[in-house]
Ligand binder design. Structure first.
Ligand code: M6R
Length: 611
């Protein structure tokens, strides 16, 4: 939540910062602003999207070689010009941007008010900035020292960038809980919440760790901890191409990312799976195979779509590995003093690797001695670094706020992990193991077949024209897919949608069924198929609009449905990787038909770095 960008070097800072903000806009888009240093400090900010800021700045003197910029997802204070970042210190000399939440800001604000300060915004950020300047003035110390003192008192999460008009080539940055990447160029440095604003200038980056402070000048990067000891920057090479973060001819990132799935799933399988040889190579699993096979319990910890991937994995792991699995919302897990015992394995699932609740849940579990295995998409992210071992999903940058290709990447990784554990534990027959390897290898092609029929979904989307609600029903492995379909529709089209196990429908939701209620069945051929067909009949009898996602060749379901979409046959363990694709397309086309901004849905942000 909130995107931050900074630049210092010989180039014009404003175009770099502006472009960076556009790349980071998925992190928050209710207001944005820039602060530029050039013979003084200039701060410009505007409610609305980055494009509104850009328009507002036409004709202004934006010349500067050091600048910072921010795109906001409001936490404290409504979206408005005055709450937008950057904020300016009381003397007018400092400007600061912030991603995160200062939890004890009210107490600090009270202290500052008693000293005579008055504030022009409702934000926690302005409080922290005033606090820093107050320390600097009263202690007669450097800005760096004042930041260090202030951060020792701060409770909460932050990534901050500060500039000072008295030191026009320096950016001071610090992080705890919110991400910060620093790109190293030749005589220049780039700072951002993720690597997307940096990638076109340099591939050499440093991921700043929690409780580290960076003093960044054009030709110097000094990293220190809050104890003022120098830390050696660990330089990583980015494995990401510019094309991966552009729309590449598609109207929206969401549809681009849906269509990328044949290749992202292939990328996830590549180098790992060899069905002919009957092998799966995953170093993170192999090096910890004893911990994984001897696990008394596996606990999946995640949020949102990643939590749904965990639910699918629960079914797969319990079936194949005979290990009990629990799937936890990170936000609940972190607060309820969960019982973690020796031999428990936590699997953390996250696209961004920066979700605040998941991070804290893992930190708590780690402290209690749990072994953490991360299934993460964003390379080098906090969760990836916090995990003892893991496997990347290799889906590439996901920019659309709705998670699509990350989900299928998570399912691919989790299925491979389950297969490896099952093979090592000998809880799977060789025949089943080899069949599933072949099935996994065939997924990219089957997803491509589904995507070739994407146009069909446009007409199914018209069935939602008058809908205020929708139900998604599935059984077994397709139950979490029903939850995911409902979440996608809610996020993108703002239609209220619920996912249920199909059999649960009779215990309440059936009361909602009317002639205008679309009910989407995920009814692919599996061991529950006959049962779900009966559920379809029950909805049909009550005149609901039945939409069914079925396996090619199913002759019965179409007779009970107002619309059907067929997908290639697959083993039921693999089916969710296919059955979710039409649901992603459905939410996209319903959102488009309603004229919504599908890449930046109302009130949402891609990376939820606040709890
Ligand atoms: O980055 P993460 O996978 O940890 O994010 C978890 C959720 O915030 C995320 O899946 C969210 O629910 C998406 N908007 C779903 O499309």
């Amino acid at each position: 939540m909130c995107g931050i960008v900074g630049y210092t070097g010989p180039r014009e800072a404003y175009p770099i910062v502006l472009k960076g903000l556009k790349r980071l806009e998925y992190r928050g888009y209710d207001s944005s602003g820039v602060a530029l240093l050039n013979a003084g400090l200039k701060v410009y900010k505007k409610k609305g999207k980055v494009a509104d800021l850009e328009e507002h700045l036409i004709g202004k003197d934006l010349h500067s070689n050091t600048g910072i910029g921010h795109t906001r997802w409001a936490t404290h204070g409504e979206p408005s010009d005055r709450n937008a970042h950057p904020h300016i210190s009381p003397t007018g000399k400092l400007a600061m941007i912030h991603n995160g939440i200062i939890e004890n800001y009210a107490l600090i604000k009270k202290e500052l008010i008693s000293k005579g300060y008055s504030f022009s915004s409702d934000t926690d950020t302005e409080v922290l900035l005033f606090f820093i300047e107050d320390i600097q003035i009263n202690n007669h110390c450097s800005l760096e020292e004042a930041v260090r003192i202030a951060l020792k008192r701060v409770v909460g999460a932050y990534c901050i960038l500060l500039i000072d008009q008295n030191d026009p080539e320096t950016i001071i940055a610090a992080r705890k809980g919110s991400p910060l990447v620093i790109g190293i160029g030749k005589g220049e440095h780039f700072l951002a919440s993720d690597a997307s604003p940096i990638i076109e200038y340099t591939k050499e980056v440093v991921y700043v760790n929690d409780y580290e402070l960076a003093i960044v000048r054009p030709d110097e990067l000094i990293l220190k901890n809050l104890g003022n000891e120098k830390v050696t920057p660990y330089i990583t090479k980015l494995d990401m191409e510019l094309a991966a973060i552009e729309k590449g001819g598609y109207d929206h990132f969401m549809i681009k990312e849906i269509h990328e799935q044949p290749s992202t799933i292939q990328d996830c399988l590549r180098g790992r799976i060899d069905a002919q040889a009957g092998t799966i190579t995953m170093a993170g699993v192999e090096q910890n195979i004893d911990k994984l096979t001897n696990a008394k319990r596996i606990i999946m910890v995640a949020c949102g779509t990643s939590w749904h991937a965990g639910l699918v994995a629960e079914y797969i792991i319990e079936e194949l590995c005979r290990i009990p699995v629990e799937v936890e919302y990170a936000s609940e897990f972190r607060y309820r003093n969960p019982i973690i015992q020796e031999g428990d394995v936590i699997i953390a699932i996250s696209q961004s690797g920066e979700t605040a609740d998941t991070i804290v849940a893992l930190e708590n579990a780690k402290e209690k001695g749990a072994f953490i295995f991360g299934v993460v998409n964003a390379v080098g992210s906090s969760i990836a670094r916090l995990s003892h071992a893991g496997a990347y999903t290799h889906a590439g940058p996901e920019i659309g706020v709705a998670s699509t290709k990350a989900f299928t990447g998570q399912l691919t990784v989790l299925t491979m992990v389950a297969l490896k554990i099952a093979k090592a534990k000998e809880t799977i027959t060789n025949e089943k193991y080899l069949t599933l390897l072949q099935e996994l290898e065939a997924v990219p092609e089957k997803v491509a077949v589904i995507l070739q029929q994407a146009e069909q979904i446009k007409s199914i989307a018209t069935l939602f024209d008058k809908a205020g609600d929708a139900l998604f029903l599935g059984r077994g492995y397709n139950f979490p897919v029903a939850l995911e379909g409902a979440l996608k529709l809610k996020e993108i089209s703002y239609i209220h949608a619920e996912g249920y196990p199909a059999a649960e429908m009779k215990h309440g939701p059936i009361a909602l069924v009317t002639e205008t209620l679309p009910v989407v069945f995920i009814a692919t051929k599996d061991s529950y198929h006959e049962k779900i067909v009966s559920n379809m009949q029950e909805i049909k009898a009550r005149k609901g609009i039945v939409i069914s996602i079925i396996t090619e060749g199913d002759a019965i379901s179409p007779t009970l449905s107002n619309a059907t979409f067929s997908i290639p046959a697959a083993d039921e363990i693999i089916a969710p990787m296919l059955s979710v694709i039409p649901l992603q397309l459905l939410s996209y086309y319903v959102g488009i038909a309603k004229g919504f901004d599908v890449d930046k849905p109302r009130n949402l942000a891609k990376s939820v770095t606040v709890e």
